[in-house]
Design a protein around this ligand. Structure first.
Ligand code: MG
Length: 184
């Protein structure tokens, strides 16, 4: 278990390579959830622009470059035995904005957390509305043989399961990072 305030390595992996690599702060490491904070201004190694076409993913011709996390910070919640994470976004004035259901597999090792993104995501709003993001990418990924049709169906089913469960609010909406957590 990590302690609140620890800095750990977070990665997205793809084809056995690091697709994104960045340091994140552990906000909480509980048996029920792991909460990780991406601070504004964090240095990130990832393809730029970050949205990589499915054809490039399939060809494996992407290259990570040094970039800086822009916008407000993000809190990522990972709950055991799920195939997604919940991302919390805030407005520049510090008020809560909305959630992002990031469909992905994730796992932890001694040094940090790794994840494999499933391309399809969901925006979820405090008024109870939601919408798919990048459905076209998931469809293309089946044509490109990144996922089988059965895998794509399971990814979508996980999204439908989370929306039906509607795990919002998460309890973290009023949370703010410790001001002593300088950018790492
Ligand atoms: Mg995603």
């Amino acid at each position: 278990m990590w302690s609140s305030g620890d800095t750990i390595r977070f990665r997205y992996v793809r084809d056995g390579r690091a697709f994104w690599t960045l340091p994140v702060r552990v906000a909480a490491d509980l048996t029920t959830e792991l909460a990780l904070w991406i601070a504004p201004g964090t240095r990130v190694l990832r393809p730029d622009p970050p949205r990589v076409p499915v054809s490039v993913l399939a060809a494996g011709t992407w290259e990570p470059v040094g970039t800086t996390w822009f916008g407000e910070g993000v809190l990522m919640l990972r709950r055991p035995d799920t195939r997604h994470s919940l991302w919390l976004f805030w407005n520049p004035d510090g008020t809560f904005s909305r959630w992002y259901i990031n469909l992905e597999d994730w796992w932890r090792d001694g040094e940090g957390v790794d994840a494999y993104d499933h391309l399809l995501d969901i925006w979820a709003h405090p008024d109870g509305t939601w919408e798919w993001k990048d459905e076209d990418d998931l469809a293309e990924s089946v044509d490109a043989e990144i996922f089988t049709a059965a895998e794509a169906a399971a990814i979508r089913a996980e999204g439908e399961r989370v929306v039906a469960e509607w795990p919002f609010p998460t309890g973290w909406e009023e949370w703010r990072p410790d001001p002593r957590w300088h950018v790492v």
